[in-house]
Design a protein around this ligand. Structure first.
Ligand SMILES: [Zn+2]
Ligand SMILES: [Zn+2]
Length: 203
């Protein structure tokens, strides 16, 4: 998508960082950005450590925006993925015990031309005309997501989830088959040998 399609007015530093991390701007990223903003408004600032926890119920583009904006990341263990295929995001604060559950549901009004082009694209048409129209229509959708009033974009309710345990560190053990370092809880006993899961499968 071309960033020059009148999107600049939305480009503050936060959104720039998000796009830089993700690699492109797209409707999914725009949703994630808005969700993260809404969550931070409720719960305070971005997590340097594990003070915020995000539980995401999909693994779409949106989750990259959640990571950059809220500091809830895969590597720190305060981003939890539940493979439910839903546009639902729950954020919990360890410092206040407060939490918010956000369900995204946005009615984007597609024009009949946009619908026609999308159908062509989905049926495999990658002609220049179609690609250009798809890109324009995506840019328009991104703009409407970024500009929409929060209550037209998402439903926010108090989260009822309990805080998950903090990320734990485990000692490593060397797999007796491949010799590679493996986190202790992932070591398996196979034929009397302590091995990693990959080796357990092939032994
Ligand atoms: Zn994307
Ligand atoms: Zn191994």
């Amino acid at each position: 998508m071309d960033l020059n399609d009148n999107l600049e007015s939305f480009f503050n530093d936060d959104l720039k960082k998000t796009v830089e991390f993700h690699g492109h701007i797209c409707p999914g990223l725009a949703y994630g950005y808005r969700v993260a903003k809404a969550a931070l408004k409720e719960l305070g600032s971005k997590a340097r450590d594990e003070e915020l926890v995000a539980i995401v119920e999909n693994d779409s583009c949106s989750v990259d925006a959640i990571q950059v904006m809220t500091g809830c990341t895969f590597g720190k263990g305060n981003l939890i993925f539940r493979d439910l295929g839903k546009s639902v995001y729950t954020f919990l604060s360890r410092s206040t015990g407060k939490g918010v559950r956000i369900s995204v549901d946005f009615k984007y009004d597609e024009t009949p031309e946009e619908t026609a082009v999308r159908k062509k694209y989905l049926s495999g048409d990658r002609s220049d005309d179609v690609m250009e129209s798809v890109s324009k229509s995506k840019a328009k959708k991104v703009r409407s997501i970024l500009a929409a009033p929060e209550d037209e974009l998402m439903k926010k309710t108090a989260a009822s989830e309990a805080l998950p345990d903090k990320a734990r560190l485990y000692p490593s053990v060397h797999c007796s088959s491949c010799g590679e370092k493996t986190m202790e809880p992932r070591i398996r006993l196979k034929g009397g040998k302590l091995v990693c899961i990959s080796c357990a499968k092939s032994l």
